[in-house]
Design a protein around this ligand. Structure first.
Ligand code: AKB
Length: 318
């Protein structure tokens, strides 16, 4: 087998850090080039090999793909739902134009596989709320969601028109201890742990009963690797796969944390993100992912909470 050369775009983000590490374990440190907008000298050496890249600069992206003879791209750079509502045009420009550059350049330079994340944000107020189906209504009400819905169709188009093997997952809210998410509606479910581990009271920006689909990062990374490893003929969904892990409300999460952090206090002051959360499903039907590439999550709420607290406490001690 020829050696792969993998480019991760957005490698310093919440998914990027962990996915880059997982890809390096699988393919070798030097086979995975991390890139992000951050300057090299602000980063720890763990992220090397690294190339600073503004993905909206199509010429810089082209040079990198050509010079490095890239065979696979994981394009993770995006502006998330809450930040996107504050900067709609900028979110559209980053999320959409960077995807189109990646798709075009992948065709031009014969990149074999592309991964691009979509999101539960493709669903909207008229989508089914419970066990939202793979092919249900997708009428998003955020710019982020619109960019993800449109991006899914572009991925399908490049597969059908040019045979580009681009694969995608509709990630739920992701929970991890290594990196903070930036500007999403599900971010509370990470912030709450940082307060919990220090036994500090937490103010949640969503109502206590708002149930959203979520997933522990370990599961999300494994899902991504499994999707990318699946035989090409198994990939029947060329927009983006629904993926389900957990579904819980802020109150249910707080109760589970309180079992391990007695006396942990949470209060609720909903802000503009409540409206975004209200437009999203509470749970997701991922039977297509189960059938096509054997997807099965490993973490339930209890296991995720105990692993998060364990790892955050260990990090505190370093
Ligand atoms: C967000 O909250 O914007 C993201 C997402 C669900 O895609 N975490």
């Amino acid at each position: 087998m020829d050696q792969e050369k993998i480019l991760v775009i957005g490698a310093c983000g919440q998914i990027g850090r962990e996915l880059t590490a997982a890809l390096r374990l699988k393919f070798g440190q030097m086979q995975v080039l991390a890139s992000d907008i951050q300057a090299k000298n602000n980063l720890s050496t763990e992220v090397f090999p690294y190339q600073q890249l503004d993905v909206t600069d199509a010429d810089a992206l082209e040079k990198l793909i050509a010079d490095e003879q890239v065979t696979q791209i994981y394009h993770l750079a995006a502006m998330l739902s809450a930040n996107g509502e504050k900067n709609p045009k900028k979110a559209w420009d980053l999320n959409m134009n960077s995807l189109l550059s990646v798709l075009d350049l992948s065709v031009k330079y014969g990149v074999k596989k592309v991964f691009w994340p979509s999101s539960i944000a493709v669903f909207g107020p008229d989508s089914e709320k419970t066990n939202t189906p793979q092919q249900g209504i997708t009428e998003p009400s955020t710019v982020y969601g619109i960019s993800k819905a449109a991006g899914e169709y572009w991925c399908k188009y490049y597969f059908e028109k040019f045979g580009l093997d681009v694969r995608s997952i509709r990630y739920p809210g992701l929970i991890s201890y290594t990196g903070a998410p930036g500007g999403g509606t599900t971010d509370y479910a990470v912030d709450i742990f940082h307060h919990g581990v220090e036994a500090k009271p937490f103010t949640c920006f969503l109502k206590k009963e708002t149930v959203l689909p979520m997933m522990y990062m370990e599961d999300a990374i494994r899902a991504t690797l499994e999707l990318m490893d699946a035989p090409v003929d198994n990939i029947k969904v060329r927009t983006s796969y629904n993926l389900s892990g957990l579904s819980f409300s802020p109150e249910e999460l707080a109760t589970e944390i309180e079992k391990l952090v007695p006396g942990f206090k949470v209060d609720y002051t909903p802000d503009f993100r409540q409206q975004i959360a209200d437009s999203w499903p509470g749970s997701i039907d991922d039977s297509a992912a189960q059938t096509d590439w054997n997807w099965k999550p490993a973490y339930n709420l209890e296991a995720m909470v105990s692993d998060m607290l364990l790892n955050l406490r260990a990090l505190q001690e370093i």
